[in-house]
Design a protein around this ligand. Structure first.
Ligand code: FES
Length: 300
């Protein structure tokens, strides 16, 4: 019987499974059968989304393993296997520290399996929100200048919005949330600079949208929070910010899917991918905060 312990920031606590003989398929199928949330996509060693870190625990002889070429290649692309580890795997059948859960066959060996779903993994797209429907048909981006004009406006207003929220929270003494909003303002400012740099010498001023151009009369990344609430919890602030970032993703993603000009589609995709990173960061922060809150509740 193999004891397999799963650990992740997205789980409230470690979970140990006892894999009996009939259950020894892949680590991913074992995890799925027991609702352990290892991310996955292709299930076939092709996407890298099921990356896990495996540490052998307990006594007994270390078991050799024959790693498939495609798994080694994917780990190499993810920067999670060294040349020495590849040689060790090929010459001595010694498995590397990082593995793909869909390729890892569970054996009679006690192991700790850690997974994070962090930015080293291919980002999973967040589900489309209602905002996507609002933009559909409402905005047709017809030139690169127009796209950059809109992007500059979106990011500038998001940076200003988060800065205002940060200042309001500083004024009412909630320094932790103030710091968080300032950090989000910093992310938006970076995007803003990037959009301006992309515009370079192009004159995009004639393409800056007015407020009435937006379905909700405001740019998509704004959170719906305007005043400083001294009692706002970190979790609520993070959730509001997450919604803003998802709206930003929807905005760019919709353009990437619908613009006729391939250059606009490619630019929009780049911007959408960056928004995904922000969504992933916020989701991680929320999961961490919720884990902390649950452990505080449990200790009361
Ligand atoms: S799920 Fe795609 S590599 Fe494992």
């Amino acid at each position: 019987m193999a004891n397999i312990t799963f650990r992740s920031p997205v789980m409230a606590k470690d979970v140990t499974l006892y894999a009996v003989a009939g259950e020894r398929g892949s680590m991913l199928s074992l995890a799925k059968a027991h609702k352990i949330p290892i991310p996955f996509d292709c299930g076939d060693g092709e996407c890298g989304s099921c990356l896990i870190e495996v540490t052998r625990i307990g006594e007994g002889e270390k078991m050799g393993v024959n790693m498939q070429e495609k798994e080694k290649e994917m780990l190499r692309q993810l920067g999670r296997i060294s040349a020495a580890e590849i040689e060790n795997a090929e010459v001595h059948d010694v498995p590397s520290r990082y593995r793909l859960a869909c390729q890892y066959i569970v054996r009679n060996e006690d192991v700790l399996v850690c997974f994070e779903g962090d930015e080293t993994l291919p980002a999973k797209r967040p589900a489309m929100s209602l905002a996507a429907g609002s933009y559909k048909g409402g905005l047709e981006i017809t030139s690169v200048e127009m796209f950059l004009g809109y992007s500059i406006k979106v990011e500038e207003e998001a940076a200003t919005h988060f800065d205002e929220l940060g200042e309001a929270m500083e004024n009412c003494g909630n320094t932790e949330i103030a710091k968080l909003f300032r950090q989000l303002a910093g992310y938006s400012r970076l995007h803003w600079q990037e959009a301006k740099a992309r515009a370079g010498s192009k004159d995009v001023s004639g393409h800056m949208p007015q407020e009435h151009m937006w379905p909700r009369l405001e740019t998509p990344e704004q959170t719906g929070l305007w005043a400083g609430d001294p009692a706002m919890s970190k979790r609520d602030a993070l959730k509001a910010a997450l919604q803003g970032e998802k709206n930003g993703f929807d905005f760019y993603h919709h353009i990437a899917q619908t613009a006729r000009d391939p250059e606009i589609r490619a630019l929009a995709k780049e911007f959408a991918d960056e928004e995904i990173e922000h969504v992933a960061i916020l989701e991680r922060w929320i999961a961490g905060e919720e884990t902390l809150l649950r452990s505080l509740e449990a200790s009361c």
